[in-house]
Design a protein around this ligand. Structure first.
Ligand SMILES: [Zn+2]
Length: 284
């Protein structure tokens, strides 16, 4: 397979990270920390890592999280600029913080003008549930609405987060039920399948809503079928992702090899690694 898309790689402006978050980020990665710093500064270094791992394209996860992570709206400029090194292979993601922006729809339009391919919502790092628009955060509903109108996919983090200040209670995938009902034409990506607490809720949402896709990043690939024993039932909506270089995720290729060792059909492997992502992010 030579058209693998990893839809979930963290290429972010680490110089903006809060010091206590940076400490957690560095933990366990001391030995290749220099390489990771180089990756964040230079897309050529990432492309080299991708070449060595047999990864064709990577989605560059970015979002605005001033309170917890330290990322401001400039993270969008970082993402767009980084991807310019190879727009065929680097898919820049960005975000709008509904409590920070004064013009939610306009901010989504600006992301599209910059070439952003997906909008990321991170409830535990942005400190609101994914359905907060049902309880007064109207700007969030306006963001979803504009993404739906413009066909911009939205990825929502589900599951826990270990960074200082992250509120994991907002990681429950059930909150995507509202979003999927209220925005029926919005391409939604559920990141991490609620790992490690909410897999039953995650699978319910995925079965109930055909326009919700599962991004398997952050789930140890060798355990994927323990987490989701009925993965084959939704294989046409499962996207490959690693969450590299988040805590515990060491190597792009190691994850692919562990995934390929699972008892899945060749058709499902190809769908998950290659073709499902091509449908969501057509080659340009
Ligand atoms: Zn992630």
């Amino acid at each position: 397979m030579n058209r693998i898309t990893d839809v979930h790689v963290h290429i972010q402006p680490w110089r903006d990270l809060k010091p206590n978050v940076l400490d957690v980020m560095r933990r366990g990665k001391e030995q290749h920390w220099e390489l990771l710093i180089a990756v964040m500064d230079d897309p050529k270094v990432l492309l080299d890592v991708m070449d060595r791992s047999g990864v064709w394209r990577a989605g560059l996860v970015n979002y605005v999280s001033p309170e917890v992570m330290g990322f401001t709206e400039s993270t969008n400029d970082f993402s767009a600029r980084y991807a310019q090194a190879n727009p065929d292979r680097l898919l820049p993601y960005g975000g709008v913080h509904p409590r920070v922006t004064k013009d939610p729809a306009g901010a989504v339009d600006r992301l599209l003008d910059m070439g952003i391919r997906l909008l990321k919502i991170h409830p535990p790092h942005q400190l609101f549930p994914a359905n907060a628009y049902t309880e007064g955060l109207t700007a969030l509903g306006q963001v979803y609405r504009r993404c739906e109108e413009r066909g911009l996919p939205v990825m929502v983090h589900t599951g826990t987060s270990v960074f200082p200040g992250a509120r994991s209670k907002y990681g429950n995938p059930m909150e995507l039920d509202d979003v999927a009902i209220d925005f029926p034409d919005l391409p939604l990506v559920m990141a991490h399948g609620g790992r490690p607490l909410y897999m039953e809720e995650a699978f319910f949402i995925l079965r109930r809503h055909q326009h919700v896709r599962l991004d398997v990043s952050g789930i140890p690939p060798a355990k994927l079928l323990e987490y989701f024993p009925r993965l084959a039932e939704i294989a046409d909506r499962v996207l490959w992702g690693t969450d590299w270089p988040s805590p515990g995720v060491k190597d792009l290729r190691q994850n692919i090899d562990q995934f390929l060792a699972l008892p899945l059909s060749d058709a499902h492997r190809k769908a998950i690694l290659e073709t499902n992502a091509l449908a969501l992010f057509p080659a340009r």
